[in-house]
Write a protein that binds this ligand. Structure first.
Ligand code: ADP
Length: 651
């Protein structure tokens, strides 16, 4: 293309020259003596920029290496193919699809990275650069060719409801507002919808007794159920006590019947959520999940799945899983996270005349006469946007787990947090909605409690996915140190007290869903046929490891754990073994904007701020001090739906 441009420039200057000669020549002037024109030398052929062909490379990606190829003509980058990748579907799409198009369009590597997919973007650019060099081009020059982005003129729009954030909570709020007759504009600062919801496992806790009754029970569960029968009501706040009574009745009936299949009840979900969330801060203050929120979340969870099936056509799996710290097998998930939590919802929103604006960041709420009436935003290209909301603004910007300094600043729970601790979060989870809400007079709740994900990969901090029933956790010395089926904070504390880096050890192939860590990766995943070989790989004493595994397998057989009180065992730890190197990493921020059960944002006096709603991880207090694994998705969709409905009604 450059060669073509240069050729054009030469032709133009010849033309200009000819025209100026014509313009200057007057008709009366005597004809100049005829000269033999100098022989025209043809413009010099520019050397080719590339050796034509297709070149391939592999670059590290966000999750795993990205394999790509680039095809060149003599003058141009003709096409870029992403051959293989394991980047997060949806979130990384702009980096894998739009970005290559922009590179080709501008024949430049100086293009901006895609908002929310920075790492994948940088890696794609690096990969193309490598191919440019392989083809004999100059990637340095192409990187230096910056593409100037011009902000557009200010956009002003008016709608009924503005939803800020395109994660699960925002999507549910937008669908629900549309369903309730409102016009909606949903803004998302990234180039793709998804947020942390999309990088999470997507597991959604919803007690479903009928489905549970079709699944085989695990050793140890009866013991756990019996412990509720022993529980004294005085261990619970008054408003929870009737729930405990109903639970006891249901457990008694279950234990009298067929216990080879599983038990579940909304009441068990409520009581487990309460105890998992009741925690003491470093200064001795105690935080507890409030009954009205827990009851709303647990009792409307299954119904909200039904609503999504009916309204937008989402599909859910017909089996259950138990992500780490879920305390029970009750997580139902979507068949396809991207489609069932995002694509189908987005289609419903836009098919019904509402709008989704990507790469549009909410900056500050517009408050008039004490009412939130809109939001000022900036698009990635710098275009200012003013959105006016006649009925309400729903804040659904997620948490601040991608903002480690903010987690550390607010922390009142963890005795120490290393500033270099890794995170499972997308880097754009920076707590914007909390800052905007504070400026608009909102009160905050539970800010000091952030959840550490015990099973973060030790090298990246990414969520390792997996449950607690089929695994044993061992220290670097090979010793078991904690109840693997406990709450996430309990396991993380155990890890911090035992060298931080630990190993999850299990029998290869025993993860029901999703299969995790099946290929050896010498940094973090180790596979071995024997415990001697595994001990060698992990650098621990083989005798210690053998003794610990034998003891643990004895507990699995007995369905009872003498050492740490584990109460759910699905598999023994046997050959072939797989071990994964884990370190707790920041996962979920439980604090945020204070809301009531109608999702109205409250001020410091406990009064709702008119026109202001919030749902999802941006809100605080629902999970109190520690969140049950799988409850976040229940929370965001249940309360997102409520927020959308109430905002649409302006209530
Ligand atoms: P939740 O689980 O509560 O839905 P997520 O993290 O899944 O939270 O989604 C929150 C979404 O909000 C993310 O996609 C994030 O990029 C988006 N977001 C965060 N801050 C802003 C902002 N200032 N303006 C627009 N979108 C935002």
């Amino acid at each position: 293309m450059y060669r073509h441009l240069k050729k054009m420039a030469v032709i133009c200057s010849i033309l200009l020259l000819v025209m100026s000669v014509v313009a200057c020549s007057g008709p009366t002037e005597p004809e100049p003596p005829e000269e033999t024109p100098p022989e025209e030398t043809p413009p010099e052929e520019e050397p080719a920029l590339y050796t034509p062909g297709t070149y391939q490379t592999e670059v590290p990606g966000h999750n795993a290496p990205i394999k790509l190829s680039v095809t060149f003509s003599e003058d141009e980058i003709v096409s870029i193919d992403i051959i293989e990748h394991r980047e997060t579907e949806g979130l990384a799409d702009p980096a894998l699809k739009e970005l290559p198009e922009r590179i080709i369009q501008h024949q430049s590597l100086g293009v901006d990275t895609m908002a929310g997919a920075t790492i994948s973007s940088v890696m794609v650019i690096n990969g193309v650069a490598d191919c440019v060099d392989q083809a004999g081009g100059n990637s340095g020059e192409l990187r230096a060719k910056a593409i100037a982005v011009q902000p557009g003129a200010k956009i002003v729009k008016t709608t009924d409801v503005v939803v800020v954030g395109g994660g699960g909570a925002g999507m549910a709020a937008a669908v629900s507002a549309v369903e309730n007759g409102a016009s909606v504009i949903l803004i998302e600062k990234n180039a793709a919808l998804g947020g942390n919801t999309l990088v999470s496992g997507g597991a959604w806790n919803a007690a479903n007794p009928e489905l549970s009754a079709t699944l085989d029970a695990a050793a140890g569960l009866d013991e756990k159920l019996r412990s509720y029968l022993q529980m004294d009501a005085s261990e619970l706040p008054e408003d929870y006590r009737p729930t405990l009574s109903v639970l006891k009745e249901k457990i008694t009936t279950y234990l009298e019947g067929d216990t080879s299949k599983r038990f579940d009840a909304v009441e068990l979900h409520i009581i487990q959520t309460y105890f998992a969330g009741k925690r003491e801060a470093l200064d001795g203050t105690v935080i507890e999940p409030k009954f009205e929120f827990v009851e709303a979340m647990c009792s409307q969870s299954l119904d909200t799945q039904e609503w999504m099936k009916e309204t937008v056509g989402s599909s859910f799996r017909d089996t259950l899983s138990e992500p780490i710290g879920s305390l029970w097998l009750r997580s139902n998930g979507p068949v396809n996270k991207l489609d069932d939590y995002f694509v189908k919802l987005a289609k419903y929103i836009t098919d019904n005349g509402s709008e989704i604006m990507l790469e549009t960041k909410g900056e500050s709420l517009i408050v008039e006469n004490g009412r939130v009436v809109g939001i000022n935003c900036t698009m990635t290209d710098g275009t200012p946007v003013e959105l006016r909301a006649e009925k309400g603004v729903v804040m659904a910007t997620g948490g601040f787990g991608g903002n480690t300094p903010m987690v550390i600043e607010y922390n009142t729970y963890w005795p120490t947090l290393d500033p270099n601790i890794l995170t499972t979060n997308v880097k754009t989870a920076t707590g914007d909605g909390i800052v905007m809400g504070l400026d608009a007079g909102a009160a905050l709740e539970g800010m000091g409690f952030a959840q550490m994900m015990p099973i973060g990969y030790a090298d990246t901090g990414f969520l390792a996915f997996g449950g607690g029933s089929n695994v044993m956790y061992i220290t670097q010395e090979g010793r078991r140190f904690v109840n693997e089926y406990a709450e996430r904070d309990v396991i993380s504390i155990g890890a911090f007290e035992n060298g931080t880096l630990f190993y999850e050890l299990k029998t290869l192939g025993t993860d029901p869903f999703p299969p995790s860590g099946t290929t050896e990766d010498t940094n973090v995943i180790f596979i071995a046929e024997t415990l001697e070989e595994m001990a060698d790989k992990l650098g621990c004493d083989a005798d210690v490891l053998k003794e610990e595994v034998e003891r643990y397998n004895g507990f699995v057989e007995a369905g009872h754990d003498d050492d740490f009180g584990k109460t759910s065992f699905t598999f023994k730890v046997e050959s072939p073994y797989v071990a994964r190197a884990m370190k707790p990493s920041i996962h979920h921020t439980m604090g945020g904007l204070k809301i009531d059960t109608s999702t109205r944002v409250l001020n410091e006096s406990g009064q709702p701020i008119p026109g202001f709603y919030a749902a999802g991880e941006v809100t605080g207090g629902i999970h109190a001090g520690n969140r049950v694994g799988g409850n976040a998705i229940a929370d965001i969709f249940v309360f997102g739906r409520i927020a959308g409905e109430n905002a649409a009604k302006g209530e």
